[in-house]
Design a protein around this ligand. Structure first.
Ligand code: ATP
Ligand code: MG
Length: 575
């Protein structure tokens, strides 16, 4: 049965919703796909629900295709399980916590690593039971700090999460590769333009982690692409080319410079360059930015980050690498707890001695010499050398990446773009297997610690990502693979003939296996055409004037191309 628009639970809106920042968000609301309940929480109306289910169906097919098996965990979970992995605290404010009538604490699952690990532990015991991959398509809850952009960052959203369980590293690699392939097929089928980018692997370090990013002007992620090789990386994880390390003893001894009133890099460069024997650029200065970090559940602690003075620190990049540890710019109160620090004139020379953590960007290479603060008001020092005059606690990619930075692999030129993270594949390793002692009994009777992979697809986010990439000035524009209907039939004109023909055509097309939406409403041609464009079904069929010559008009929503086709051949043409 074709769906009649007169019966469809749908009201399209003429005006943009006030809270919508992104084109996809505006259109999904205007076209009656979703309605906002509260920030980051949405109701799916019939058209939206069909898109969501269609996306989920593609994901499900491809997951089943690699041998993954579907399960479904509850969203409402007891505290104890997340306590034993440390995530009750580590998840911080993002976790929705609640108590039952007896006061027992619960949470709404943000992801389900613990549950999958415990399930496998309770059901499997022998090495013969492995490898195994389980997944679910389920509603997740995260109290996001900035629920914006509609479905892109929800507080309640649909995710496909899967976990692979393997006996050894080679097995994990094979499971990872299988997922990567499935994700390529999923996102191609969804009609998304996407890139696979290196991502930060978080606290575990070292293991493979890649994100699937859909390039989009309004995406929250930034990534770089090399013009020369295929290197693609999230800017959080990017490795840019750095100078070669130098011999620390190859520099003159450090020299104290009198630099009154130079609390900023600009003023410092000006004052130094007034000296006849000495000129510098901002790139030769070392800027030390005072930040603070906090472990989940812990207190704020100072962290100083050193970067070349011509670059800013990218806080989002730092945050991505430090997560779940939080990072912010330090406030004056906290800076006062380290009384030796002289804001505006901080140098790295004695930070270790004062017990202040100091990380440098990798561009501050071992043996490099810098003009930097001398830890006295009005004084800087020249030829302050890493590995001779100071030793950082470690390195962290901190500088703001620029278009034209050089690729860490090949030296080619990097360009920056924005994207939406639609999926993530990640070699988790033994973190959760260790937390829950997940072992298989080996052939020799000895226990084998299981190694895991973790893989996510943002199912509801993908709906918005597809919308964002495909929409145009007139409305949404769905690819055939997920559109709620294949064909949108619009009868226009006075008298009953057009509607009659359209109704017959709709029934014939449904019988031929197409999903049809029939605009049988008593509305003006203009209103019907505008709604057809707004709703975005791939093919629009107009039964109108041309009927006099025995023709209907077929319009391709995406290209806008129209052609007249004899009514007699319409079903064959459209099925
Ligand atoms: P982000 O960096 O965007 O916050 P994440 O790295 O926290 O995402 P994962 O935990 O890897 O996300 O979740 C897997 C997938 O779920 C992501 O790739 C993304 O597509 C989707 N996702 C994550 N958070 C949200 C959200 N708040 N709303 C909608 N989809 C989300
Ligand atoms: Mg991620």
């Amino acid at each position: 049965m074709p769906t009649r628009m007169s019966q469809l639970f749908l009201r399209t809106l003429r005006d943009d919703p006030a809270d919508a920042e992104l084109p996809s968000h505006r259109l999904l609301v205007r076209a009656g796909y979703i309605r906002r309940v509260s920030p980051g929480i949405y109701t799916w109306l019939p058209l939206g629900k069909q898109i969501l289910d269609n996306v989920a169906a593609v994901v499900r097919e491809e997951m089943n295709g690699i041998g993954a098996q579907e399960v479904q965990f509850p969203a409402l979970l007891p505290r104890e399980i997340y306590e034993s992995s440390g995530r009750w605290t580590a998840y911080g404010d993002t976790l929705f916590r609640l108590a039952d009538r007896k006061g027992a604490e619960h949470l709404l699952g943000p992801t389900h690593e613990e549950m999958f690990t415990l399930l496998v532990k309770s059901e499997l015991s022998s090495y013969r039971d492995y490898p195994v991959t389980l997944y679910q398509i389920q509603t997740k809850y995260r109290d996001e700090a900035r629920p914006r952009a509609g479905l892109l960052r929800g507080r309640e959203f649909v995710m496909k999460d899967s976990y692979s369980f393997d006996l050894d590293d080679d097995g994990l690699q094979a499971s990872y590769d299988a997922h990567r392939g499935a994700y390529q097929r999923i996102f191609s089928r969804l009609g998304l333009d996407y890139r696979i980018a290196f991502a930060v692997s978080g606290a575990m370090g070292g293991s493979a982690s890649e994100e699937f990013l859909a390039p989009a002007e309004y995406g929250e992620d930034t990534f770089v692409q090399c013009a020369n090789c295929d290197y693609t990386a999230n800017t959080e994880a990017v490795e840019i080319r750095v100078p070669d390390p130098q011999d620390p003893s190859g520099h003159p001894a450090s020299e104290l410079l009198d630099t009154p009133n130079t609390p900023t890099i600009e003023t410092l460069v000006d004052v130094v360059n007034e000296r006849r024997d000495f000129t510098i650029t901002a790139a030769e200065t070392l800027k030390n930015v005072v930040l603070k970090t906090r472990e989940p559940g812990g207190d704020w602690q100072l962290l100083i980050v050193g970067v070349p003075g011509d670059r800013d620190v990218d806080m989002k990049r730092l945050a991505g690498q430090l997560e779940p540890v939080e990072v912010e710019v330090a406030d004056a109160e906290l800076i006062k707890t380290a009384p030796d620090l002289v804001p505006g004139y901080i140098g790295p020379q004695r930070l270790a001695e004062w017990g202040v953590r100091y990380l440098v960007d990798p561009t501050v290479v071992p043996g490099s010499a810098w003009v930097t603060g001398a830890n006295e008001t009005g004084k800087h020092a020249a030829d302050v050398v890493r590995g001779r005059d100071f030793e950082p606690t470690g390195e962290i990619g901190a500088v703001e990446i620029r278009d034209g930075d050089r690729c860490g692999r090949c030296g080619g030129e990097l360009s920056i773009a924005r994207g939406i993270e639609i999926g993530h594949v990640f070699q988790l390793g033994r973190k959760y297997a260790d937390a829950f002692s997940l072992d298989a009994q080996g052939a020799d009777g000895e226990p084998i610690r299981i190694t895991m992979g973790s893989y996510g697809v943002g199912v509801s986010r993908a709906v918005a990502a597809v919308a964002e990439q495909t929409l145009d000035g007139s409305g949404l524009c769905w690819p055939a693979s997920i559109a709620p209907y294949d064909i949108h039939i619009v009868p226009v004109g006075k008298g009953g003939e057009q509607l009659e023909v359209a109704t017959k055509l709709a029934a014939d097309l449904e019988a031929a296996g197409r999903k049809v939406l029939l605009d049988d409403r008593d509305a003006s041609a203009g209103a019907k055409f505008a709604d057809a464009d707004l709703l975005g079904m791939p093919t629009i069929v107009v039964v109108g004037k041309a009927l006099a010559e025995g023709n209907i008009e077929i319009k391709d929503r995406k290209s806008g191309e129209r052609r007249a086709v004899p009514l007699s051949g319409a079903v064959a043409e459209l099925s």
